[in-house]
Design a protein around this ligand. Structure first.
Ligand SMILES: [Zn+2]
Length: 362
């Protein structure tokens, strides 16, 4: 009998230690101390059928065992309860002082920054920002700007022509030709400059006009460090009764001075653009060497930045104005070009490279 009790004791101790949850422990308690089937309870109950001597000997041992198992059960129960509380706390614990998860933040593309800056400067001089479609008709891109089909200047704008389905061709009409009731379809293209916006705007608005039209333009040409097939152009137009080249020079000088944050001198050189007369190239005194000559300005002291001129009478006519009543100037420059000058960027292709190392610097 004693051997049985010793075996029960070691088994009970093992099982109590192995219990992982309070439910496990409850099963162990019932197994040993349960009122009906408990092993120790069974032994104590069986004592009444034994001799008085046996009852005393085994009885005291069995009672001590019951107390011991009961104590171990309570001790283990306390441990388990403490443990569950611990893990619950661990799961729900929040460190309120911990910094939040940082979301990576992009930067504004340098061309967008330049465009915003340009728009701001011209806005203070009373210019509105106007936009037009990037897919243009042949009329607005060329004809309305005094560049007829046989004009040699069309060679200057190598063009991406768009294929059109036969059934859509009749919908795109030359506005002037529809008026003449001679319906002729218009070929579509990706605009080669932002100048079509001038005509579109003049058709719907009367002078005085002060607008800039920034936006993408496309040329079908090989890329190199200073040419890309897609670039951003800034078109400007000012039309009123007595606009002269002096007005133009003043506006340009003010713009470049504020854009580059240095004083610059402007130089106009005669040039040819079909939609202006007279036409000129705009140079500014080199912002790097202040006109003394350096590698950026190729030792000339001047930087070529834009094309411009006084609006051609034919363009006014195409827009519905009488060229005798109004005059004005127009200019166009590449946003990439002035951005490259401002930030000293050596290659135009970097702008569309998607290289984060490049973009992060702005
Ligand atoms: Zn220079």
């Amino acid at each position: 009998m004693n051997n049985d009790l010793i075996k029960i004791k070691s088994e009970a101790e093992g099982e109590i230690r192995a219990a992982k949850t309070t439910a496990d422990l409850e099963r162990v308690r019932i197994l040993y101390l349960g009122r009906e089937q408990g092993k120790i309870t069974g032994i104590l109950r069986a004592l009444k059928n034994t001799s008085a001597e046996e009852r005393v000997r085994v009885g005291s041992f069995a009672n001590a065992l019951r107390s011991e198992v009961d104590r171990l059960l309570q001790q283990r129960m306390a441990e388990l309860k403490k443990g569950t509380m611990g893990s619950a706390l661990k799961e729900e614990w929040i460190d309120v002082t911990r910094p939040g998860a940082r979301k990576p933040k992009g930067t504004i593309h340098p061309i967008t920054q330049v465009r915003n800056n340009v728009e701001k400067i011209f806005a203070t001089m009373g210019f509105s920002v106007v936009e037009g479609p990037e897919v243009e008709t042949e009329w607005y891109n060329f004809d309305a700007l005094n560049i007829p089909a046989d004009h040699p200047a069309r060679d200057m704008w190598d063009t991406f022509w768009l294929k059109q389905p036969e059934n859509q061709k009749s919908e795109i009409l030359n506005p002037k030709q529809t008026q003449n009731s001679k319906l002729k379809t218009q070929k579509l293209l990706l605009r080669t400059h932002t100048s079509p916006v001038q005509v579109r705007y003049m058709e719907k608005n009367n002078p005085p006009i002060r607008i800039i039209a920034p936006g993408r333009a496309y040329r079908y040409e090989a890329t190199d460090a200073s040419h890309d097939f897609q670039f951003n152009q800034l078109e400007g137009l000012m039309v009123d009764k007595k606009i002269t080249i002096a007005n133009f020079k003043a506006v340009m000088e003010e713009f470049f001075k504020r854009f580059f944050s240095v004083g610059t001198t402007i130089r106009l050189r005669p040039s040819f653009f079909p939609f202006v007369e007279p036409g000129f190239e705009i140079d500014i005194s080199c912002i790097v060497c202040a006109g003394h000559g350096c590698s950026v300005c190729k030792r000339t002291g001047w930087l070529e930045l834009a094309g411009a001129g006084m609006v051609h009478p034919n363009v006014f006519k195409h827009a519905g104005y009488n060229p005798k009543d109004v005059s004005g100037f127009a200019f166009g420059m590449g946003l990439e070009r002035i951005a490259m000058m401002k930030y000293k960027i050596p290659d135009i292709r970097l702008f569309n490279s998607g290289d984060v190392r490049f973009l992060k610097q702005f």
